[in-house]
Design a protein around this ligand. Structure first.
Ligand SMILES: *Cc1c(COP(=O)(O)O)cnc(C)c1O
Length: 404
């Protein structure tokens, strides 16, 4: 069947589980910041697959590394060594300053792996009585979709009717260091938190929050686990979002842009203590650390640094944020962001953000609403000043319309 013979949207709806409500565009090609639909219309991608395509669509160097490796060796399982894993370890450790690495595939798997590891650390190093480990998390968190993770989500859509859930999690407000201090007990093994809450609508904590969090975790021997799956790898204008706060996590989770959008690759990074507790047979993944993933991730990290994408994210992010702040529209309640992780929150009276995203689609911009009132804007980190200005013009005309 040729692409013109099939109604992609209707066919997806007929056969697919309806767990998404996509914007009505069918994409067939991408290059850099641009994607094209099946009819040849071009759009500026302002979602970047939730920050997985930070290096731009189909980056030629990542593509070349993937093709070259796919010709040689794709999967060995961890039953044998392969000649890419050691190089991946060396390069990701050097880039992030980590001591130990656990390679996984999806972001949710990295989060699950971190939860298992900090619990084990709690029992074997900290001396928490078996079965008593507590992990503190934040309200409005997003850490993925597995059963373990959705059990400590506060979003009813995310966890409703999926229980029963695992115990051992305590939920506190985000951005409230005093709440963390109160929640810590002798059995607390970790505080799992996003540096900026992405899915919650790009929520930035108050200045100084993470300095206090770091102090509390250190003072109480609690592992600070930063979920940088969305904020990491340059998205906020620094390699890791923790650098804005001048702190270091004990455990850092990466995913999404770790493969530049070519392949699911995630990683748990830690000091020696936490991942050091895992012994052979205690954790694993058939695809985790496979040579194809490692070759892709190595190229994805290399281009991020070599092509100055992190600095560009800082520069263009500031330009984009200033431009958004200059838009005078009654529909806008607040504009916020750091680097190229941006959001426009609309007034409730302005109508749903979805309508604005659909209008933007008509003007050649793909963006995604989150939580009814917020338009998230996160283009690939290779965006130029001209492209930022081009997007701002279209955003300005769209946001001054009224879709209530
Ligand atoms: C996307 C995301 C995840 C989950 O990653 P998947 O690859 O979808 O499993 C976890 N944490 C954060 C902060 C994310 O943005």
């Amino acid at each position: 069947m040729s692409s013109s013979d099939i109604d992609f949207i209707a066919t997806e709806a007929r056969f697919g589980a309806q767990n998404y409500a996509p914007i009505g565009v069918v994409l067939s090609r991408g290059e850099g910041v641009w994607v094209w639909d099946t009819e040849g219309n071009r759009y500026l991608d302002c979602l970047s697959a939730y920050s997985a395509v930070s290096q731009g669509h189909c980056h030629p160097k990542i593509l070349a590394a993937m093709v070259e490796q796919a010709h040689r060796l794709t999967l060995t399982s961890r039953a044998f060594h392969n000649d890419q894993l050691a190089l991946f370890y060396e390069e990701i450790a050097a880039l992030t300053g980590s001591h130990k690495v656990l390679p996984m595939n999806s972001g949710a798997e990295a989060v699950e792996s971190a939860i298992k590891s900090v619990r084990k650390w709690g029992y074997e190093v900290k001396g928490v009585p078996d079965g008593q480990a507590e992990i503190i998390v934040c309200a409005n968190n997003f850490h993925g979709r597995t059963l373990g993770i959705v059990g400590f989500s506060t979003d009813p859509e995310t966890h409703g009717h999926f229980g029963p859930f695992a115990p051992g999690f305590k939920i506190i407000p985000f951005g409230d260091a005093a709440a963390l201090e109160q929640a810590i007990t002798p059995n607390t093994v970790a505080f799992l938190v996003e540096p900026i809450q992405g899915e919650a609508g790009v929520v930035i904590p108050p200045a100084g929050y993470f300095t206090k969090v770091r102090e509390l975790c250190t003072a109480n021997n609690v592992m600070l686990v930063l979920d940088e799956i969305q904020t990491g790898l340059g998205r906020t204008g620094k390699l890791l979002a923790e650098q804005h706060e001048g702190i270091e996590a004990d455990v850092t989770l990466l995913g999404k842009a770790l493969s530049g959008g070519f392949y699911p690759v995630s990683a748990v990074l830690s000091n020696n203590d936490v991942l050091g507790t895992l012994r052979p047979g205690q954790h694993g993944s058939t695809f985790g650390g496979n040579p194809l993933a490692c070759a892709v991730a190595r190229a994805a990290m290399r281009v991020l640094v070599e092509e100055g994408m992190i600095e560009n994210a800082a520069r263009q992010g500031a330009r984009f944020l200033d431009g958004l702040k200059d838009i005078r529209a009654n529909t806008i309640r607040e504009v916020r962001g750091r680097g190229l992780m941006l959001a426009v929150e609309l007034h409730p009276e302005a109508g749903r953000a979805r309508r604005y995203c659909e209008a933007l689609q008509g003007k050649g911009i793909l963006a995604k609403d989150t939580h009814e009132q917020t338009i998230r804007i996160a283009p690939p980190l290779v965006i130029t000043s001209d492209q930022v200005d081009w997007a701002l013009e279209r955003l300005a005309t769209t946001l001054t319309q009224d879709f209530s």
